[in-house]
Design a binder for this molecule. Sequence first.
Ligand code: ADP
Ligand code: MG
Length: 233
Amino acid sequence: MTGQEIIERARKEKRSLLTEVEAKELLKDAGISAVDTRLATSKEEAVSISQELGFPIVLKIASADVVHKSDAGGVKLGLKTAKQVDKAYDDILKAIKKEYPQAKIQGVSVQKMARPGVEVIMGMSKDAQFGPVLMFGLGGILVEILKDVSFRIVPLVKRDAAEMIKEIKGYPLLEGYRGQEPVDVSNLEELLLKVSDFVEKTPDIKELDLNPIFAYKDGAVAVDARVVLEDVS
Ligand code: ADP
Ligand code: MG
């Protein structure tokens, strides 16, 4: 499916929140790298998709009613065998049914476990005055507690992307901190420009969250994605 088809299907179903699987497909269609992710609607399917994708695997709850998947026990990382996938599937559904008894569950997303990298985030929200604005920051507690993020108005030019990355306080972490490998900062700049391009060309998107993206010395990949569409009346 093309990105536009994904958006049209959600519209038809009167949904403004895309699923993680849809959001990642939309990104890939725009040339933005995301972890291969598929939806399983049964345990057997989850196991067979895992075998196709190859271990280690990650399972996550797929429900528009569960925004913070890991807080609710809805994310299982590093599954190495079919048996572990089988058990994780049950554990996720059990945890979600307990935490969110009302949640409408679509299934479970099955994806490759990405190799560890430096977690960064990119996001887009719309400002009443300036329109789409991009955000960049380091993932995890740095963004949640310290709010160490930078912003620029879309469309970004190359210099904006470079400045956005350099101006966060955690920048030294990207240059390689205490023996950690430095990440490919120019690749992150390109990624910011691609995201800028993508949101500029896709006005149907109201909010975008790539949280986290794993950044490496040779590239970057989004492991979680959330897309909210504009309301239509
Ligand atoms: P949520 O933000 O809804 O809690 P995420 O999909 O972001 O759920 O998953 C939580 C954390 O699990 C991520 O921040 C990341 O560290 C890790 N993670 C998620 N997906 C993958 C993946 N495919 N490979 C490796 N780590 C992952
Ligand atoms: Mg996340």
